[in-house]
Write a protein that binds this ligand. Structure first.
Ligand code: ZN
Length: 503
């Protein structure tokens, strides 16, 4: 069999696998939006069947044989060409899946299902002790998985690699350490400034139908294509790229919380714009897929914060908002509104955190989960370690574990090594946005006119259309001209919050 034939065979199999997984994605979207509660048990069976089929196909020995035939042949694909990228990434995924013994995969699935239930109960009662044995079991199995997957780096690196291929804990420590050194004093200065916006502006009466219309208009304005996607309601908002021409975004509404639905919509639309910008010609292969969770998050964060919370954006949108929500905004000045959407204040809950303090939440989780995985921290000591570090970073002590180490679902779900991708998203976004500003000139002038096409076109050209051609670290260096670092994000945060909080 020629290399070309083997490659075509491999790609055919991989596209079928992706089709199967996209069927599961439709079911997952339905489950989280419209499925009646009564459908849960049947849906679980559908998911289990599809997951089993996917696993079988993804780990089929034929895939391994085709990969070897391509890799060991005399001819080779040109590095960075589409076929070379596809082979590299399919190899990575195949190895990851086949290195884990089936018994471990099954044990992890069971342990995390039980742990998630235990976590929900424990969080409601703020009772860490009832969750502790479950987290110990999930951690034990996760460490076993890390040992099986480990290739040179640390155990934590093996877990991180699943979400952010190529990233290492050593590099994260370097970047996060430098970020913390500058961010903590900035947050402290904001708190000490004694200044604060009138945040009550955002909790007035915002009728939900108007919020929906306003959110859809904003998502469309920044370029989300509603012919190739839709927006629905859910409890925990997400974006699901079902396939070419079908990107689903979601948000949740509260009549008295304008910011929640609006910035949530911009965030998910940012994810959606990335999915809509992937190259359809490469659909179903790594070249038509997103680079990593961190790069995905950079797109959502850019539209949510760098665009959606900038002054020029509201120069365009505030008069419209006033028309749509006259009762809430008639007596509000554009400056007061702009300050309100950029309210910075230390708080206990990550998902409600502002643009500045958010990264402190993430770095704290990274520090703890890395110590757990490397055996430097016992599960029983998590609440104490959490509270101690929280006080160090935020100057506040969580009143209970529900407001501390029990607030996030990730660890109970076995998503250890996932948290850093949120902070990476912010760091990448800052570097990309700075580069876009360099290339596109007066971005603020464009935003104030309601023109978002130049920025979106730039993102399509520099990032979206390349699929997985570059690893995140390469892409960031390539697009921004410098390796991952804290400088661009801190420059952005200081430039924004200095004037608001009186330098
Ligand atoms: Zn996101």
């Amino acid at each position: 069999m020629s290399m070309q034939r083997a490659y075509e065979d491999l790609i055919g199999r991989w596209k079928e696998l992706q089709l199967l997984q996209s069927c599961a994605a439709v079911l997952g979207w339905d489950e989280r939006t419209y499925m009646p509660r009564g459908g849960a048990a049947h849906r679980a069976e559908q998911h289990a069947l599809l997951a089993g089929l996917s696993h079988e196909r993804a780990t089929a020995p034929e895939i391994g044989e085709l990969l070897s035939r391509i890799e060991e042949g005399d001819e080779q694909f040109t590095p960075d060409s589409a076929p070379a990228v596809n082979v590299r990434e399919i190899r990575r995924e195949y190895d990851r899946r086949t290195k884990l013994p089936r018994s471990l995969v099954v044990a992890l699935a069971k342990a995390t299902t039980l742990a998630e239930q235990a976590w929900q109960e424990a969080r409601e009662k703020s009772a860490f002790e009832t969750f502790r044995p479950h987290l110990e079991e999930v951690l034990r199995l996760t460490r076993e998985a890390a040992e099986a997957l480990r290739a040179g780096g640390s155990a934590y690196d093996a877990l991180l690699d699943r979400f952010e291929p190529g990233e290492t804990s050593q590099n994260l420590k370097r970047v996060f350490g430098a970020l913390r050194d500058e961010l903590a004093p900035l947050v402290a200065a904001i708190v000490d400034s004694g200044r604060a916006p009138d945040a009550s502006i955002l909790t007035r009466d915002y009728p939900i139908a108007n919020q929906t219309a306003f959110g859809i208009a904003a998502a469309a304005a920044i370029g989300f294509d509603f012919e190739r996607g839709r927006l629905d309601e859910t409890v925990h908002p997400f974006c699901s790229g079902i396939g070419p021409g079908d990107t689903r975004i979601t948000t949740r509404y509260d009549r008295n919380r304008f910011a929640q639905a609006f910035f949530g919509t911009l965030h998910e639309a940012g994810h959606g714009l990335y999915d809509q910008g992937l190259d359809d010609a490469h659909s179903g292969t790594p070249m038509g897929d997103a680079v990593s969770l961190g790069i995905h998050e950079s797109q959502s964060r850019m539209w949510e914060n760098f665009v959606g919370r900038c002054r020029a954006f509201w120069t365009h949108f505030f008069p419209k908002a006033r028309d749509v929500f006259p009762a809430a905004l008639a007596d509000v000045s554009p400056d007061a509104f702009y300050f309100a959407v950029n309210d910075v204040r230390p708080s206990f809950i990550r998902v409600e955190a502002d643009e500045a303090t958010y990264n402190l939440h993430i770095m704290l989780r990274f520090e703890l989960e890395e110590a757990l995985v490397e055996g430097d921290l016992a599960v029983a000591d998590v609440p104490g370690a959490w509270n101690e570090r929280f006080e160090r970073d935020f100057g506040l002590r969580p009143p209970d574990d529900a407001h501390g180490c029990l607030q996030d679902v990730h660890w109970s779900s076995g998503l250890i090594g996932y948290f850093p991708t949120y902070a990476l998203g912010n760091l990448y976004a800052a570097q990309f946005f700075e580069a876009a500003r360099r290339d596109l000139g007066d971005l603020d002038g464009q935003f104030a006119e309601g023109e978002y096409g130049p920025l979106l076109g730039w993102l399509r050209e520099r990032i979206h259309r390349h699929g997985m051609r570059y690893r995140a670290t390469e892409l960031v260096a390539e697009v921004s001209g410098e390796p991952l670092g804290h400088r661009a994000l801190m420059t952005h945060l200081k430039a924004k919050f200095g004037p608001l909080y009186g330098d």
